[in-house]
Unconditional design. Structure first.
Length: 85
């Protein structure tokens, strides 16, 4: 993942002297919106030593896959606290 465009934009650098790979998601990072409107898939992983789950998020949907349970699919518009699967 290339974070440079987003980090530079948040820092106020609008015309860096170089070509950086990646996409500027600074507006989304600074937004108060709980659901993204961008058509990209984001992946999140358990950060522990023994990774036990992974999630894929697109728009208002979050799919969580765990080695210890059945997959969970949440609609974040209908269930923002991810209580009902």
């Amino acid at each position: 993942v290339d974070f440079a465009p987003s980090i530079l934009k948040v820092m106020g650098v609008t015309d860096p002297n170089g070509n950086f790979q990646g996409v500027d998601f600074s507006e989304e990072l600074l937004s108060n919106e709980k659901v993204s409107s961008k058509d990209v898939i984001r992946y999140v992983f358990d950060s522990g030593n023994n990774m036990s789950w992974a999630a894929a998020i697109m728009n208002q949907y979050r799919l969580v896959v765990s080695g210890n349970d059945v997959p969970w699919l949440f609609d974040l518009n209908q269930d923002p606290y991810e209580i009902y699967n």
